[in-house]
Design a protein around this ligand. Structure first.
Ligand SMILES: Nc1ncnc2c1ncn2[C@@H]1O[C@H](COP(=O)(O)OP(=O)(O)OP(=O)(O)O)[C@@H](O)[C@H]1O
Length: 249
């Protein structure tokens, strides 16, 4: 069954139509990229899927159920987790502590002061698993604020994964990164997608990352869907080249 189905969704801010009648589907295990020039409506589109904004019209289905009016936290419990354009971590805590917080939130233990030993062991095991999958084990006890931008972003992605999502939304995961960091984050996303069959939608400006990772690409321009297809189809699409790719190159 289709995991995410966005149907004719629009979002108006006063006179401005930031997202204009956009439809998109994401199949289980698919990695979908959303690209487009600045101000195209990409982040607004993400905010509609994650529930930070409510659409002006249209509807959003997740796993067959209508989530259009659900609050963000409810969508997380349904299985949608996201990261932000600006990394959201606790810089004064260690990597391990950041992940532990996310795991406790996910398990519903965050409001309890004392945890039974068995539960504690389960949480530790889950944190260890996230550290291993991200390759952050050797930085587990470093303060996140002292880590590289790339490792901070990896920590944030693993915090989102602690919520055990079925769909992960990544808003510009390589923003502001150098070559090596971009490569490392791309490899992490690829691993989560290919090895763990996680469904991912990502907004990304770096075309090398997009064409390396995506199964399908949607191009937004001025709120409208300009094109949609495989990386090969998008690379060969003259409208896209003229409106977007040509400008970037
Ligand atoms: N809360 C808001 N109120 C009013 N206008 C908004 C709001 N959020 C976004 N916009 C406008 O909607 C349009 C789309 O913005 P959005 O941030 O979604 O684009 P984007 O494609 O993510 O851009 P970028 O690549 O620069 O992040 C822009 O013109 C922006 O100014």
């Amino acid at each position: 069954m289709t995991l995410l189905k966005v149907e004719n969704v629009s979002k108006r801010f006063g006179q401005l139509v930031a997202v204009d009648d956009v439809s998109m589907t994401v199949e289980p295990g698919e990695l979908r990229a959303v690209i487009g020039p600045n101000g195209a409506g990409k982040t607004t589109f993400f905010n509609l899927i994650s529930g930070f904004l409510t659409q002006s019209s249209g509807r959003i289905l997740f796993d067959g159920g209508d989530i259009s009016t659900l609050l963000p936290a409810r969508r997380v419990w349904r299985g949608i987790a996201r990261t932000f354009q600006i990394t959201e971590v606790f810089p004064e805590l260690s990597t391990r502590e950041n992940l532990r917080i996310a795991v406790e939130v996910a398990a519903g233990y965050r409001t309890r002061i004392w945890l039974p030993r068995q539960v504690n062991a389960e949480i530790e095991a889950r944190v260890g698993d996230l550290l291993a999958r991200s390759g952050l084990d050797d930085k587990a006890d470093r303060l996140v604020g002292e880590l590289s931008h790339g490792d901070q972003r990896a920590t944030e992605i693993m915090m989102a994964l602690a919520l055990r999502p079925r769909l992960l939304l990544l808003d510009e995961p390589t923003a502001g990164m150098g070559e090596q960091e971009t490569y490392d984050i791309t490899q992490l996303i690829r691993k989560l997608h290919k090895d763990e069959k996680l469904s991912i939608v990502l907004i990304e400006h770096d075309m090398r990352v997009v064409f390396h990772l995506a199964d399908r690409i949607m191009v937004l321009a001025e709120g409208k869907m300009l094109a949609e297809g495989t990386p090969g189809e998008i690379a060969g699409n003259e409208v896209v080249q003229a409106a977007y790719l040509g400008k970037v190159a």
